[in-house]
Ligand binder design. Structure first.
Ligand code: ATP
Ligand code: MG
Length: 412
């Protein structure tokens, strides 16, 4: 019988890759905590209209990337393609605004998008992300970008930061009208996708990776020229703060982000090291979204980073905890073996009890195979072997041995 395979675009993450995943997720969690963000664990399934209303009816995500299905109760639901919409829904539904001040949330978990799978692009992928509700200052923009930078630094990842401002919806509307006129003139030099985007999502044309489109839009009108003075000044403040924090950035006027809800500052951390899927973390402000989804007017901002893309950039993982193997020399010492392993584990020592029957030699072979750093032979008296140096030491009892093991494992 043929075996069942995983579905295209989905992955099993195991071994070193799983360790990388954990390192990324745990590191992010540590930094989120340092910035006093609280975790929110959001549903994987939402009413489909949540995404149409927030991410945007005309975006690629909603148009062609969402997993939508009818559940057995006849509801049309979607597997979440991103986290912000759910976080905003929860913020409104759970009345998180009621306690006043501002609300800082982080999340971690799987997202689903029906895209063409390739390196760094999957149909189930994972994000870490954070959202801040209830504050509109340039300080909050700089603080969020700094937090993402801290996560990257802690992971040992060095990538460039691009920022831009999208201003407010009103001036953007005026700009989009001008941009459409411009695009209509150069229509023939645009790729097929962009000719479609032109009408529905013209900003996205500026973001197109196709060389011809880049050239053709080189002299396109720029959004910044359409923004009111206060918005330009606001952006200047954000830049000033980033400079003060010694965060390097470049302003990229083409950076428009794929989703409709962004306003003012947007940013991306980008690398050329992992091929075309170079955007690793992205975010920005979305001051109108909470209101748009039926909540009280609430300025907000957030970011999300792709865990798999971060994993691709990790060069060194933290060292593994040393492993100790416990070998009952003969079956008569099995119970003593169980107890020895128990004592070591209670002390927080990573311990593998060799559970196979057989010759001592075969048990040693197994201990080698699992890359034990130490072996304890359980017999009349316990004996410790350092697998690196080959040194062996006999102990009176397990208590003595335990102390020595602890010392050795702590690197003394
Ligand atoms: P891209 O331009 O690569 O499609 P995006 O703008 O659609 O990215 P966002 O919606 O901003 O991405 O999601 C934030 C991050 O999530 C991305 O920067 C990326 O690291 C990650 N990401 C997005 N889509 C995928 C995917 N299909 N597979 C793996 N990671 C992804
Ligand atoms: Mg995308």
């Amino acid at each position: 019988m043929s075996s069942i395979k995983k579905i295209r675009g989905f992955q099993d993450i195991y071994g070193e890759e799983a360790r990388k995943y954990r390192f990324v997720a745990d590191t992010a969690r540590k930094i989120f905590d340092r910035y006093n963000f609280q975790e929110i664990i959001l549903p994987y399934v939402e009413d489909v209209s949540l995404f149409a209303r927030s991410v945007g009816e005309e975006t690629d995500i909603v148009q062609k990337e969402m997993y939508v299905f009818e559940d057995r109760g006849g509801r049309t639901v979607a597997l979440r393609p991103e986290g912000t919409a759910s976080a905003v829904r929860a913020y409104i539904e759970e009345k998180l605004y009621a306690k006043g001040g501002y609300t800082k949330l982080f999340y971690e978990g799987a997202m689903f998008r029906y895209e063409r799978p390739q390196a760094g692009r999957y149909r189930q992928f994972h994000q870490i992300g954070a959202e801040v509700f209830g504050v509109d200052t340039p300080l909050s923009d700089a603080e969020l970008i700094k937090m993402v930078k801290d996560i990257l630094d802690e992971l040992g990842i060095q990538i460039r930061l691009e920022i831009n401002t999208l201003g407010d919806f009103e001036s953007r509307k005026v700009y989009i009208k001008k941009l459409k006129e411009y695009l209509a003139e150069i229509k023939d030099s645009l790729c097929e996708d962009c000719r479609k985007r032109m009408e529905r999502n013209p900003l996205r044309v500026l973001d197109c990776k196709v060389e011809g489109c880049r050239k053709a839009t080189e002299n396109a009108p720029q959004l910044i020229d359409f923004l009111p003075e206060e918005k330009v000044e606001r952006f200047e403040k954000v830049k000033e703060y980033l400079k003060a924090l010694e965060i390097q950035y470049t302003v990229n006027p083409r950076l428009v982000r794929g989703l409709d809800y962004y306003t003012d500052t947007v940013f991306e951390f980008i690398t050329d090291k992992i091929g075309a899927q170079g955007t690793v973390a992205a975010g920005g402000r979305y001051d109108r979204l909470v209101e748009q989804l039926g909540g009280p007017p609430t300025p907000a901002l957030g970011f999300a980073a792709g865990v798999e893309r971060l994993m691709m950039l990790i060069e060194t993982l933290p060292e593994k905890q040393p492993l100790i193997a416990v070998i009952p020399v003969v079956p008569e010492f099995n119970i003593e073996g169980l107890k020895t392993a128990d004592i070591l584990r209670k002390r927080g020592i990573k311990t593998e009890l060799i559970m196979k029957e057989g010759s001592l030699k075969s048990k040693m072979k197994l201990a080698n195979k699992i890359q034990s750093d130490f072996v304890v032979f359980v017999s009349e008296k316990p004996e410790l072997k350092d697998m690196e140096t080959g040194e062996q030491e006999l102990f009176e009892n397990i208590e003595d041995l335990r102390d020595v093991v602890e010392k050795k494992l702590s690197g003394d």
